[in-house]
Design a protein around this ligand. Structure first.
Ligand code: PFF
Length: 455
């Protein structure tokens, strides 16, 4: 369990960009809009925002406090803080969840490569109506060879970067790519909001209709907040473990959470106005972004150029997230099992590709996977719900109990503030971590188990 020579970010900005790179990804631009659309819009968005503030930010700080203190992977960190207990199992669940998320995330990330290719070769503006773009999308994901090839390419890119260690390359790349992503998204949001009928989309996103609230909507909002902030599975423990001792960690964590939420809202402001302007149902499911955006590009002057920039940045945003997912699993094998980093990245990446195969084939290619075990949803959607909603929620719940009740707030706060920078709302944080998060998340999970409303 060597902690020496693990490397660290060059400074606060390096951490903010790398952690924002983990947080900002398909979760913001793909998952947030379609989940909001499936769950009625405004009411979901409001609950989501509430969860980011009341659960997301406190859990970001809880995970970072563990990482900074232990300077280890999630399993090693919990073992170090609570030796001789079973708490390291929670780290183990996090590592497993990272593997589970990567196995479906890389499939969707693969789709972005096909769209990038289409834009680069000038085909992005060939189809204009939403029916045509939907047909293109269904043809792509319903195939059997292409989804597998694209997933393999994306997994290979992830393995390649994680093999070499992330801090230098990722840090350097994210410093340019993240600000560029922000600018491209802002321009697209302005274009979308000024489309005819666009204001209806803004109203859909921000005017809550509380009759749409249900336990399912609340769990979806909680899962989305945790997924988007990369929480509940130790990614922030791992990234926090590379944080330089002298810098202000609480502030950096809060900035990452705001940045992540801003990007999700921007994505919403691109998708929903466009959707209403072309009269497409917001409840379109996971294909939403891939069907609607191409028809906006077709209407933009220099739309193909925008399409290239957008899909390139989307693929990069996804890559900086897949790297953090694989990094959690690799750091466990490197720290705890003394595997060579290169070997770990390769074998874990290959195994994960194997797990990704059923998800890649579940969008029409294989009937038994498309409606998996009679659940009415595809294998990919099921993985998304199991790992992305349930496991992250359970993980966040247990991490709060660990920090609030086992390790203790004074020690955790001491770790967060070890550079001498105070967390001004430390007392409030303590209440959220000890009481509010466990009760709220626990109540949602228990209610779902009792009522058996799993999806
Ligand atoms: N936060 C990423 C996104 O929104 O796309 C997904 C993710 C990355 C979840 C890393 C969890 C994680 F540990």
């Amino acid at each position: 369990m060597a902690t020496a020579g693990r490397g660290e970010w060059s400074g606060k900005l390096g951490f903010i960009l790398a952690a924002a790179g983990s947080a900002i990804g398909l979760g913001n631009i793909w998952r947030f809009p379609y989940t909001a659309g499936e769950n009625g819009g405004g009411a979901f968005v409001l609950v989501y925002l509430f969860f980011v503030l009341v659960i997301g930010i406190p859990v970001v700080l809880a995970e970072l406090s563990i990482g900074r203190f232990a300077k280890l992977n999630p399993v090693g960190a919990l073992k170090k803080i609570a030796p001789g207990t079973k708490w390291s199992w929670l780290g183990g669940l996090g590592v497993l969840t990272g593997f589970g998320i990567l196995a479906f995330y890389s499939v969707v990330a693969g789709w972005t490569l096909s769209y990038l290719w289409g834009a680069l070769t000038g085909h992005a503006s060939d189809v204009t109506s939403a029916e045509e773009t939907a047909a293109v999308f269904n043809h792509l994901i319903g195939g059997s060879i292409m989804p597998l090839v694209l997933t393999a390419i994306f997994m290979a890119l992830t393995i390649f970067i994680v093999r070499g260690g992330v801090s230098g390359g990722i840090e350097r790349a994210t410093k340019i790519l993240m600000p560029t992503l922000l600018v491209v998204l802002i321009i697209m949001a302005i274009r979308s909001m000024t489309l005819d009928g666009g204001s209806e989309g803004i109203a859909y996103l921000f005017k809550p209709d509380f009759s749409k609230l249900s336990v399912g909507v609340i769990l979806a909002a909680l899962g989305q907040a945790l997924f988007s902030l990369s929480l509940g599975m130790g990614a922030m423990i791992t990234y926090g473990s590379y944080f330089p001792d002298r810098e202000n960690l609480p502030q950096a964590g809060i900035i990452v959470a705001f940045f992540d939420t801003a990007i999700a809202f921007l994505a919403g402001l691109i998708i929903f106005p466009a959707l209403f302007s072309v009269g497409v149902d917001p409840n379109g499911g996971p294909g939403l972004v891939f069907v609607i955006l191409p028809s906006i590009f077709a209407q933009l002057p220099a739309g193909n150029l925008f399409a290239v920039a957008f899909y390139f940045l989307l693929a990069i945003a996804a890559l900086t997230s897949t790297i953090s997912l694989l990094e959690v699993v690799v750091s466990y094998f490197v720290d705890e099992k003394q595997w060579d980093r290169k070997k770990a990245a390769l074998w874990i990446g290959l195994a994960c590709f194997g797990m990704a195969v059923p998800s890649a084939l579940s969008q029409g290619a294989v009937g038994g996977l498309t409606d998996f075990l009679g659940t009415g949803i595809s294998f990919l959607d099921l993985q998304n719900i199991i790992w992305g909603n349930y496991s992250l929620s359970f993980g966040a719940l247990m991490l709060c109990i660990f920090v609030g009740w086992k390790w203790g707030i004074p020690a955790a706060l001491g770790s967060l503030e070890s550079s001498g920078h105070r967390l001004a709302v430390g007392g409030f944080w303590s209440i959220l971590v000890r009481y509010v998060c466990p009760v709220a998340v626990g109540a949602i999970l228990v209610y779902i188990i009792i009522t058996q409303q799993y999806f």
